[in-house]
Design a protein around this ligand. Structure first.
Ligand SMILES: [Zn+2]
Ligand SMILES: [Zn+2]
Ligand SMILES: [Zn+2]
Ligand SMILES: [Zn+2]
Length: 317
């Protein structure tokens, strides 16, 4: 016990002689508070002296007069002030959500072909939020009796309540099928898979198949057909390298691309496959629109069901 006290007294004397301020025993403490983020203290003003007096943690009180409320457009802050040294601590407050209510003036109803939006407006800042409402799609129903094409085949006309028209012809009612191509209808096809999907046709490499459509409205049209991939198509790349489309003898772009097994077609049924979009003029009586599918290499698709063309909006110039 005695030894301990002796050591601490020596320590005290030593430290006093080392940090002695201005050569004297007294520190020269500031009356102003010094502070950091957690504490405040009175610092000795003498050069080279780091002595602190009255060091203690801040004692914070919220100052509501300095607070900034968060809004939906800007963050806010909470301000606390030390009751001893007046140090201010700020804590950011995140922005708050917009206060949305329905905004009918900004709402656009979807049409059969174009998306609409529902709109909401923030009652605080006026921000408008829209949510897309998908286009409704057409609801085509058969309109009148079938029209005869130049081959005396039935072409069905469909109309939507919006006025858009569509035409369909049975795939088997083709006008021309090149030699080497086959119809399942007459059992000239040897593949065992195709009949599972129903009656249809295939066009062999280097050949083509044509249909004729007596359209009545000049428009842009989308062409689709029932298609069934041959099992041998699976893993085979590039439908665009194998197939082509001609309208009245003119090449149009084939829409599907890439491997046949990426087309989303299931084997064993004819699935609607959109092939092309094109502009068509109204043909003269007896000069039907001629739609041709060509094959430049070995067959990968069987066609069945109905070949359809549907009116679509014109492409903006
Ligand atoms: Zn000092
Ligand atoms: Zn303080
Ligand atoms: Zn707002
Ligand atoms: Zn419609």
């Amino acid at each position: 016990m005695k030894k301990k006290m002796f050591i601490s007294m020596v320590g005290l004397l030593l430290s006093a002689s080392l940090v002695g301020c201005g050569g004297g025993p007294e520190h020269n403490f500031a009356t102003e508070w010094s502070y950091n983020a957690t504490n405040h203290w009175h610092a000795c003003l003498d050069e080279g002296c780091n002595e602190r007096k009255d060091e203690a943690p801040h004692t914070f009180e919220v100052d509501e007069t300095k607070a900034v409320a968060a809004t939906c457009t800007a963050p806010g802050k909470k301000v606390e002030v030390c009751t001893v040294c007046a140090y201010e601590k700020e804590t950011p407050l995140p922005m708050i959500d917009h206060q949305y209510v329905n905004y009918p003036a900004g709402t656009v109803a979807p049409t059969h072909e174009e998306d609409g939006v529902t709109a909401e407006k923030c009652t605080v800042c006026g921000n408008i939020k829209t949510t897309v409402v998908p286009a409704l799609g057409h609801d085509f129903v058969k309109a009148g009796s079938a029209i005869k094409n130049v081959d005396d085949k039935d072409v069905h006309k469909y109309a939507c309540s919006c006025g858009k028209l569509a035409y369909g012809i049975a795939v088997l009612d083709y006008s021309f099928l090149s030699e080497g191509s086959n119809s399942f209808k007459d059992d000239t096809i040897s593949e065992s898979d195709a009949p599972e999907a129903g009656e249809g046709v295939r066009v062999a490499g280097g050949g083509s198949i044509k249909w004729r459509m007596p359209i009545q409205v000049a428009s842009r049209y989308r062409l689709s057909i029932g298609a069934n991939p041959a099992p041998s198509a699976i893993g085979n790349p590039n439908i665009e390298a194998k197939n082509g489309i001609k309208i009245n003898g003119e090449d149009v772009d084939l829409i599907p691309s890439g491997p046949y097994n990426d087309l989303g077609l299931e084997i064993g049924q004819f699935n609607e496959l959109v092939l092309a979009e094109f502009d068509a003029i109204v043909t003269a009586v007896g000069e039907d629109l001629e739609i041709e599918i060509t094959q430049v290499a070995s067959q990968r698709l069987f066609f069945g069901g109905e070949l359809k063309i549907v009116q679509i909006p014109s492409v903006a110039e």
